[in-house]
Every structure is written in C-alpha cells, then in structure tokens.
Write a new protein. Sequence first.
Lengths: 622, 111
Amino acid sequence: MSTYAQKKGAGAVIWDFLTTVDHKKIAILYLIAGGFFFIVGGLEAMFIRIQLAIPDNNFVSAGVYNEILTMHGTTMIFLAAMPLVFAFMNAVMPLQIGARDVAFPFLNSLGFWLFFFGGVFLNLSWFLGGAPDAGWTSYASLSLASEGHGIDFYVLGLQISGAGTLIGGINFLVTIINMRAPGMTYMRMPLFTWSTFVVSALILFAFPPLTIGLFLMMFDRMFGANFFDHTMGGNTVIWEHFFWIFGHPEVYILILPAFGIFSEIFATFSRKRLFGYSSMVFATVLIGFLGFMVWAHHMFTTGLGPIANAIFAVATMAIAVPTGIKIFNWLFTMWGGSIKFTTPMLYAIAFIPSFVAGGVTGVMLASAAADYQYHDTYFVVAHFHYVIVGGVVFGLLAGTHFYWPKMFGTMLNEFLGKISFWLFLIGFHLTFFIQHFLGLMGMPRRIFTFLPDQGFETGNLISTIGAFFMAISVIVLLINIIMTSVKNEKVGNDPWGDGRTLEWALPSPPPFYNFKQLPLVRGLDAYWLEKMEGKKGMTPAEPLGDIHMPNNSFIPFVISLGLFIAAFGAMYRAEHSWGLPVLIAGMLVTLLSMLVRSVKDDHGYHIHKEDLIDDNDKGVKA
Amino acid sequence: MANQQPTSGNPKVDLEYRRRKNSEEMRYQVITFSLMIFLTLIAFAAVGFSDFSGWFIVPFIILLAVIQVIFQLYYFMHMSHKGHEAPQLFLYSGVLVGALTLLAFMTIVWW
C-alpha cells in the first residue's frame, strides 16, 4: 500500500480524504473545515462592525443582526476554534509522543465527520428560514420564545458536532495514556501534549452537561416537554447552569492548547529548555481542575445570592495564580535565551501583554459586586475578545506558521507572515481596546444600533476600522498559503533548525506510518538531546518489523450523514408529513452502518519489513 | 504490532500461578456477589417496613447504592488490581464534577 508517493487524480484524492483514518490527513481536514468556518465567522464579525460603524445605521435589520451576532459567536467557538485546536492536536500530538497513530483511528475519522455535518447543518439555517437568534448562550427564556427553526438548527447542529468533539477527546486521552514511545514518561511529554491531555479530560467532563442541556432544549422545543418553562413548573435557570458548567471549561478547552503551542514556540525560538517545566505541567492541570469550580461567575446577576456569588468570585480569582505561573515561566524562558524573531515567535511575544490585559479585566469582572456594573456592557465583550483573540486566535495563527512545514512540507513565507502579524496585532488592539471604554461609558452588548450624540460614535468607528485591519491580515495569510502551496518548495525534517521535540525528527510531512522504528526517548526535548550529542536522529527502541496499519473506511462519513438527515426529520416532523419518515430513515442509515462496522471484522493490513527497507536510510540495518 | 509479544503462547507465563490467582479472584467475586444481593434485600426490607421515616430510608438506600458501586468497580471491574491508576483518576474526577453539579443544583437552583 505504498500509494502515498504516487501521483493521483483529483477524484482519488477526494475519495482518500473522505475515507482516511490517518491522523495527519484528518488534521488537514480539520484545518480546512475549521479555516472555512473561521472565514464565515469572520465575515459575520465584519457585518456586525459595519452595522455599528455609525449611529442609526441600517446596513442590516434588527432581526438579521441578532442572527449574525448569534452565528458569529457559535461559529467561532464551536466550528472554528474547536476544530482548529483539534487540527493541531491531531497533527502534532501523536508525533510528539512517538506513536504511529491515535488509539482509535476509525473514531478519529468519525469525530471529524460528526463535527463537519453538525457545522454544515447549523449553517444551512441561513438558507432555510433564518439562523438562530438567541445569542451563542441561547438562554432558555429567550430561545424558547424564538420563532421559526433557528434555535432548532442550533440545538441539533451542536448536538451532532458535540458528539464528534467528545469522541475526539476520549480518543486523545487513550492515545496519550497508552501509546507513548519507550522512555516517554508523563514528565517527559512536551507541553503541547500535556495541554492536549488536560484538554481532553476537560472535554470528557464538560461536554456531557452540554449534551444534557441540548437534549432538554430539544425536547422542550420539538417534542412538547417543559423543562425550562416556569409556567409549567420548569425552571429556566437550569439551562444557564448546564450551559456554563459546560461553557466555562470550554473556554479553557480553547486556551490551554494555545498555551501549549506557545510553550513549544518560546522554547524553540529562545533555544532554551522551557523554564519551570514541572510547574508548567502543574499549572496546566490546576487550571483544568479549577475550570469546573467557577461557572457561576457568568451568572452573578441571576440572583444566586451573596454567598454563592462570593464563593464563585474567590474561586475565579484563584485561577489567576496558575495562569500567572505560566506567564512568568514564559518570560523566564526568553530571559537570557538566544531569541529568533520568526513569525510564530512574534505572535507568542505579542500574546503575553494581550492576554494579560484580558486576564486583568477578567479579575475585575470576577469581583461580583463590581460585575453588576460591567454586566452586559461592551466591557465584557472587550474582555472575552482579549482572551479569546489575544490568546486562542494568536495561538492558532502562531501554530499555523509553526507547524505548517510539518503538516504540508513547505514553509510559509516569513515576510508575508510578518506583515499579516503586524496587521492583525494593530487591528486587534484597535478593535477591542476602545470597547473597554465604550462599555464603561454604558454601551450595552448585543444591540443592533445606537443613537447619535451619546458619545459612542468615535469609539465604534475606531473599532470598525480595526476590524478591517484584521480582515486584511487574514487575506494576506490566505495569499501566503496559496503562494506557498503553488511554489511547493519542500523542506527537510527540521525546517526551523531549532526543533526540540520528536515531531522534528521526522520528515516533513511524515510518512503515513510516522515512525519506521519507535524512537527511544531519553529525556525532555528528546530530539534536542540527541542533536546536542551530535546525532542525526533518534535512537530506535525496537528492531525493524512489520507495521500494523488500519484500513481506510467510508463508514464514519455514512454514520454522520445519517444523523444529518435525521436532524432534518426531527425538525420538520411537526409541520410536514415527510418529517417522521425522514427522521426514521436517517436513524436507520446511522444504526445500520454502525451494525455493519460491528459485524464486519476489519483487521487492517501490515506494511512488511521488506517494503520499509531503504538503502539510503541508515537506521534500517540496525 | 509485530514487535509486541502476544500473551498467549508465551512460555514465560506461569500457569500454576495464574490458576491460583484466578480461583482467588473467583472467591472474591462470589463473596461480593452474595453481599450485593444481601444489600439489595436490606434495601427492599427498609422500604417494606413502613416504620422508618423517609428521612432515614432515602439516605440509607443511597449509602447502600454507593457500597454496591464500589463493589462493582473494585471486584467485578478489577479496579483493585495494579495498573488502574488512570481509570481511578478519571472516575474520581468525574464523581467530583458530578457531585459538585448536584450540590449546586440542590443549593442554588431549587432555592
């Protein structure tokens, strides 16, 4: 099956990606799909800023504005940030621990297709009678009153894509626990792998509450239940609790991988061991743990009472401690290092002050008494964009430049990369810094327009100009990607020259079996250790042998497609007679393909030792 | 993976030791199984005798349920064996998160 080196037609390539179970190809799928939804969410953001550029604007109507605003938040969190994070986890984590693939390659593919179909379903709402319009938090008292099918799209789409995320998280956990190479102890794992591990645990515990909340909402809206309807004895606050028990860990699910990417970048381009490795691991785990204790700080003004508010305020402020540990460790990693200012490193350096600014406003918002003033103003909008854009998006953009050669075998242009960095940095601060003051002056969030002569004009205009800088930056990045792909100049194993971890010991992109022989890991920064002793590559930990590989499968696509069809049936069941049959047919497609998967044995295949032997490769004759 | 030793047919496996270990394991399972049935009978009895108030019966049955779960995990799902540290960590973290959610719902949602 050494087909990977041959030239293939477009159809064969598409079929290959539809059926692939290879973690590197699934990473590329996640990157493309996540990148697409990032552009969609970005366009929605531009529409928001254009509408708010001048007072009394009528670029969009109030109803459409609500839909754009809801879809911007939902798309960016669930369909852009999550899959992009998953793209890097899939591409890098198995290589970093010295594994040939993830533990369950089939499930990996299933996770992607569930996410993809959920995302497509959610976005089809634009063409089928209106998008969800109750905000990305979709609070029950508002969303139960929403007419049309918008909220149904939200509930069903997120249910499907959430199942995919949960599957992915469990897969990564098993991979990290069971498939580390010989010598790769927990305390030798690179920080990105550590953050993947903690994040997967957070996914495991945080997504079930979302699933339950969405199920209750689904039954309330589509099957006549009354969980959230207080006139029927329900309780609307339950949704808020479920949503934030999920939602607060969710923001750590997004930021921790970014922390992991930055930790790799700081160590690589300071050409120094990461300062305080064990305290970094400790801080990552502690942030994950505390992330479950603070959800009610999103609900200070719901009337939880002073005791609950005080407890959650103190717990929230406690998170500043492990985050501070991380910030200082990054600073000390750079201290005395021989720093190389590459594009990823620029993002990493700019991340520190930007994220700290977001953290400081976070502590301000955590003071429950003061929060009554900040609540539902643009101050909150400024805060969470500082942490999400200044943290997560910077991390993802840095990761795109840093890992691009490992994923595609070509280097993104550094000059264009730096242009897009500066445009993005300036645009980001221009857009969101002023929003702190708009909020403090009393501009409420989620409004579709504002009146003139209230002091909001200048601030909003500046904010809109900043948004255009970010849009141009993303366009420059896209041009960079297209140029690089067209030129297609292949690079070697370690294109940055300072790679520290195992993935840089492999060719770019790695062969489909990753490691011919599993490497022997002798310490933290395994590849750096070998390079410092004058070796060219890793010492193998096993003799050359047959490699067992999984077969490609189209079943994950079909399972997800079945749920996609069933979702339409569930939604239109009440008003069209074809709804119920479609629901049943969709479920049958899913269940039958699961049955086929269970009944039909698929043992995979072996790459034989003889096919792996290559006279140019010195490691083979060992 | 071709480089891993399959466990069956491995000459180093001590069959005598395995057999002894298995019968010991079996004895534990029979004991805990009969204990679990006994606990279930007590639970039924607690409801059956209506002399007790609900304030006693409900916590009592929950306590019995917790004991049964522990038996199930440790004796039937082999968590008492070595090498189950990771599942233990995740089970207990899950219990913690679940308990916290319940606590919050009982104290601040249904006030």
